[in-house]
Design a protein around this ligand. Structure first.
Ligand SMILES: *[C@@H]1O[C@H](CO)[C@@H](O)[C@H](O)[C@H]1NC(C)=O
Ligand SMILES: *[C@@H]1O[C@H](CO)[C@@H](O)[C@H](O)[C@H]1NC(C)=O
Ligand SMILES: *[C@@H]1O[C@H](CO)[C@@H](O)[C@H](O)[C@H]1NC(C)=O
Ligand SMILES: *[C@@H]1O[C@H](CO)[C@@H](O)[C@H](O)[C@H]1NC(C)=O
Ligand SMILES: *[C@@H]1O[C@H](CO)[C@@H](O)[C@H](O)[C@H]1NC(C)=O
Ligand SMILES: *[C@@H]1O[C@H](CO)[C@@H](O)[C@H](O)[C@H]1NC(C)=O
Ligand SMILES: *[C@@H]1O[C@H](CO)[C@@H](O)[C@H](O)[C@H]1NC(C)=O
Ligand SMILES: *[C@@H]1O[C@H](CO)[C@@H](O)[C@H](O)[C@H]1NC(C)=O
Ligand SMILES: *[C@@H]1O[C@H](CO)[C@@H](O)[C@H](O)[C@H]1NC(C)=O
Ligand SMILES: *[C@@H]1O[C@H](CO)[C@@H](O)[C@H](O)[C@H]1NC(C)=O
Ligand SMILES: *[C@@H]1O[C@H](CO)[C@@H](O)[C@H](O)[C@H]1NC(C)=O
Ligand SMILES: *[C@@H]1O[C@H](CO)[C@@H](O)[C@H](O)[C@H]1NC(C)=O
Length: 628
């Protein structure tokens, strides 16, 4: 009865809500989250949370807030009306920011809850309550964190473990988006707030706040058709920082200078490169600088990118990456590699170099580095080779990517280099390598938005660290975004999925196919393609797939096909080899839709751990998770 009365009388509702707000504000929200219907047209959506720089929590610069939410400084500065020259300034207390979120609808125990996943690595002294009320400023509740992390014990968190913090958010529903609401910004009410003060601060009607929020909780979802512009306090560039933070500020200022210098180089380099590009190809599509942004998007869809679009992309992409990586000078790199001498060459255009006493792998590239940079800035996983920094050389328009150095080289050399390590990998090590690669691929396929497809999975792109743990390298051909069609076929014979070769279909399932070939390599020790150009996978499918998969004589056929070193390995059971081969065969299905996903594969490899006995040397799925 009360409900219908409220419906009829917006004023009464308003009053009711205001009273509730005044009553309830300044309390940690006592809810597990906001429900959603998975039906919603715009879910997942890009939205924002209103965040206040917090002196008490030490979140007083864009870098640390960006780290907390897993975004770059620029991604916060842009929507928050902070100029790029102030990226490294210390923020004022309570300085308002819009932090970007990817909001999605997630099923939980029968209801669907709307939130943005933020991964946080637990540190000493952290509890869900402290983190949600402190750093996350009540944008989530500890109840919700508990719900989303059923495996973690709230009162006994292990340092270094990753927890998902579900930041409350909402995507506009059908009615709202037809009514012109494009963003629902998450806003946590403060003790000093009331509905009218919030409404006037953001230039919206009290009534539209009320009608767009079903529950009167501490988190409001403010409806906007266009993100409002925040008024930022004037921060003088040389604010004296508290002494405790001086060191960090110094570092950041140093980086900012580096970035500035780099910007100049970048422009020089681009000018030079553009010039060359134009004199090389005589056809010049000459759009004036005025319509630079205008039709860029449309022309990119045609596949080949014009130099202009490349320039715009490069600028945007590289500037987005700058905050996370070290910027090296070309002189440093020359010194590190003896002037790129052949003694330091690892393979191709990759050099080994010592920088500040540490070893790095330095890859020399032309300007096409931007695709790889763009992808690497989004990924961070223990089974992917880590990018440490980059360098741009304006002289010859080269770009250098600096990676962690992996001392044990490529899986290809361990499997196939005659006289080298050939045949020296035990079955257990091979299984662990397979598992590591599967984990890395699962991460890029499932946990990046948009999804990343590597496109060139092969044993020479799998590198081994000092503990023989595998990492995926070389994202030079990788693509973000899925189910695209490309006319420009790249990749390596023997590993390429048939649908990609024939139709140029790009999907995560093409990596699954290539992974299947790598599994076969691990089992057989044979190359993916022999000297006569015959591909190994076709022979394997013939021997172990389809009708010939009958059990009779299968063990014999397997033994005949296995790497000789494995036949001699007493820890290697035929059952375990057979189960890996069956995973491989399912990856090699001609129909991409029938191939398993990497999630299925990781599960299949895990599930067999009674067969594989991973328990020795602490290898388990848990170890994988915490190794991140
Ligand atoms: C979050 O709510 C708690 C009360 O539940 C309050 O003590 C704390 O100050 C709030 N945090 C922020 C950042 O407003
Ligand atoms: C939170 O809400 C539940 C029921 O909705 C209630 O039982 C519980 O006492 C509340 N907790 C607090 C701290 O208000
Ligand atoms: C889901 O969307 C369809 C069409 O858009 C609509 O007919 C249906 O009622 C919706 N279901 C729910 C539960 O909102
Ligand atoms: C903030 O930093 C100061 C000095 O570094 C430290 O004493 C304090 O405990 C920090 N506060 C939090 C909430 O981490
Ligand atoms: C999940 O649902 C089951 C029954 O549907 C219920 O018993 C259980 O308490 C629920 N768990 C949570 C955390 O809500
Ligand atoms: C939750 O979402 C699933 C689809 O992901 C849908 O089938 C289910 O009906 C939804 N449940 C509710 C209560 O909306
Ligand atoms: C967010 O995290 C939950 C729980 O870990 C998971 O079920 C869900 O798939 C994740 N969503 C996205 C979009 O990553
Ligand atoms: C906390 O967890 C660790 C292992 O994760 C366990 O050894 C310890 O007994 C637990 N402590 C409590 C009080 O539950
Ligand atoms: C939501 O907000 C928009 C814009 O402020 C307004 O037009 C609309 O009436 C509000 N209510 C609903 C239910 O969409
Ligand atoms: C809301 O707060 C402002 C100051 O922040 C005050 O002037 C105004 O009277 C308050 N309105 C109500 C309804 O409490
Ligand atoms: C959309 O959300 C608004 C506010 O929460 C609600 O009043 C409206 O009924 C919702 N519309 C649909 C179709 O769910
Ligand atoms: C951006 O912030 C400045 C103050 O730093 C303010 O003067 C300006 O009006 C803001 N821009 C807009 C579009 O509101």
């Amino acid at each position: 009865m009360m409900g219908s009365q409220l419906h009829r009388s917006p004023l009464l509702l308003l009053f009711f809500v205001v009273v509730l707000f005044l009553h309830r504000s300044h309390a940690q929200p006592n809810i597990t989250g906001y429900t959603c219907t998975a039906n919603q047209t715009h879910s997942p959506c890009q939205t924002y949370a209103f965040y206040r720089a917090s002196l008490s929590q030490n979140y007083t610069d864009l870098a640390s807030i960006g780290d907390l939410f897993g975004v770059s400084r620029l991604m916060i500065a842009d929507p928050s009306n902070i100029s790029s020259s102030a990226l490294s300034a210390t923020l004022a207390a309570d300085q308002p920011l819009f932090v970007p979120l990817t909001c999605s609808c997630n099923p939980h125990n029968g209801t669907n809850i709307s939130y943005a996943n933020i991964t946080y690595t637990i540190r000493a002294g952290d509890t869900f309550l402290r983190l949600s009320t402190g750093p996350f400023e009540n944008l989530t509740s500890y109840q919700s964190v508990e719900l989303v992390n059923p495996d973690l014990v709230a009162t006994n968190l292990t340092i270094g473990v990753d927890a998902v913090f579900p930041i409350f958010c909402k995507c506009p529903n059908e009615t709202q988006s037809t009514g012109g609401v494009n963003f629902l910004v998450s806003y946590v009410l403060q003790p000093s707030d009331n509905l009218s003060s919030v409404a006037s601060r953001f230039g919206i009607q009290e009534q539209s706040i009320v009608s767009n929020n079903t529950k009167s909780t501490e988190t409001l979802f403010l409806p906007f058709s266009k993100l409002p512009s925040l008024t930022q306090p004037i921060v003088s560039a040389n604010t004296s920082a508290p002494s405790a933070r001086e060191e960090r500020t110094g570092l950041i200022v140093g980086l900012a200078i580096g970035v500035g210098v780099l910007g100049v180089f970048l422009i020089l380099g681009i000018a030079l490169w553009l010039h060359r590009e134009r004199s090389n190809k005589k056809r010049v599509p000459g759009p004036g600088p005025a319509n630079l942004e205008g039709d860029g998007e449309k022309r990119m869809a045609r596949g080949e990118k014009g130099p202009r679009e490349m320039e715009v992309n490069l600028m945007a992409d590289v500037s987005g990456c700058l905050d996370k990586y070290r910027v090296f000078g070309i002189d440093e790199l020359k010194e590190a590699t003896d002037g790129f001498s052949s003694r330091c060459l690892i393979q191709g255009s990759v050099y080994k170099g010592f920088l500040d006493g540490e070893v790095f792998a330095i890859k020399k590239m032309k300007w096409n580095a931007y695709e790889e940079l763009k992808i690497l800035q989004k990924v961070n996983h223990g089974n992917l080779v880590r990018l440490e920094g980059f360098c741009i050389d304006p002289e010859d328009a080269n770009c250098y990517l600096i990676y962690e150095f992996l001392p044990n080289g490529s899986l290809h050399s361990w499997l196939h280099d005659a006289g080298g390590h050939q045949g020296r990998l035990s079955w257990k090590t091979r299984l662990r390598i397979a598992f590591d690669v599967a984990n890395g691929l699962q991460y890029i396929h499932e946990h990046t938005r948009p999804r990343v497809v590597h496109k060139d999975i092969k044993s020479s792109n799998i590198l081994l660290d000092s503990n023989m743990r595998a990492k995926i390298a070389n994202f030079g051909l990788a693509k973000s975004g899925c189910n695209a069609i490309t006319m420009h076929i790249v990749g390596t014979q023997g590993y390429i999925a048939p649908e990609y070769l024939s139709d140029g279909v790009v999907s995560t399932r093409m990596d699954v196919f290539s992974f299947g070939v790598v599994l076969l390599e691990l089992v057989s020790g044979r190359e993916a393609m022999d000297e006569e150009g015959r591909v190994m996978w076709a022979a394997a499918v013939e021997a172990f797939g389809g009708r010939s998969s009958e059990e009779i004589g299968k063990a014999e056929r397997l033994r005949g096909w296995m790497d000789e070193a494995l036949v001699a390995d007493s820890s290697c059971s035929v059952e375990s080899v057979a189960s890996v081969v069956s995973v491989a065969i399912s990856c090699l299905n001609r129909d991409p839709a029938k191939r398993p996903s990497m999630v299925d594969i990781v599960y299949a490899l895990c599930k067999s751990d009674d067969v594989f006995d991973f328990s020795e040397d602490g290898f388990s799925a848990e170890a994988q998770v915490s190794a991140r």
